[in-house]
Ligand binder design. Sequence first.
Ligand SMILES: NC(=O)c1ccc[n+]([C@@H]2O[C@H](COP(=O)([O-])OP(=O)(O)OC[C@H]3O[C@@H](n4cnc5c(N)ncnc54)[C@H](OP(=O)(O)O)[C@@H]3O)[C@@H](O)[C@H]2O)c1
Length: 221
Amino acid sequence: MRLVIVAATGGIGREMLRQASAAGHDVTVVVRNPDKIRESVRIVRADLARPDVPALAEAVQGADAILSGLGARSHAEAGVAERGTRAIIEAAQKAGATRLVVVSAAPMGTFPSPERPHPPRHDPGDGFFMRHLGARFAKAMFRTHYADLARMEDAVFASGLDWTVSRPPRLTDKPFTGRYRTAIDRNVRGGTSISRADVAHQMLHCVTDPATVRHTVGVAY
Ligand SMILES: NC(=O)c1ccc[n+]([C@@H]2O[C@H](COP(=O)([O-])OP(=O)(O)OC[C@H]3O[C@@H](n4cnc5c(N)ncnc54)[C@H](OP(=O)(O)O)[C@@H]3O)[C@@H](O)[C@H]2O)c1
């Protein structure tokens, strides 16, 4: 398949690139730092914090799917998930590419956004710990990042594309296992962490899983 991997230099992005290349896919990466890419793949350079990203349109031309591991590296960079994803969506719409898989975060089902100002108080997949401690703590700690992700999700939901939003809880750099749980439109019950390698695997799997189209997917151990 012809896959475009956006932010292939991040923790999840790098793993998506590694796994997609190993599986023999034809991969194009969209990155702001091409020097970080060691694989021999087609590289498109783009700073997705910029208002206009003309390189994207060409990158996504003919893509079977676009996968994005884009996210802010710091508080100061928050906003890039929304801005960059809007640019990706616009480029996909222009190019006629329809499949989009993006990474978000587990607390997003209960985090307000401009389009969802009154989200449910609890995610149906969250147990006592996540409801009363985990999600509250994370929202207080990562409010700026989550506001960015919530706006990103608004853009994805309104895109008209065949989207999937992956919502992992706390990420780790532990090795790939392939043994994780998923849940459609809810978080994974009792799931509090997952490795970036396993999230990458789940996102790649979504590309060919029609059950995930236009759904959010909880993913955790
Ligand atoms: N940390 C957690 O526990 C956690 C939990 C749940 C969900 N998440 C979400 O998952 C996302 C991915 O996680 P991760 O660990 O893979 O993130 P990461 O390692 O911080 O990777 C972020 C990626 O976004 C790229 N990027 C940032 N700003 C950019 C810009 N202006 N233009 C182009 N590319 C840009 C980075 O490029 P460079 O390499 O050039 O910087 C990098 O490739 C996070 O951003 C977060 O939203 C995180």
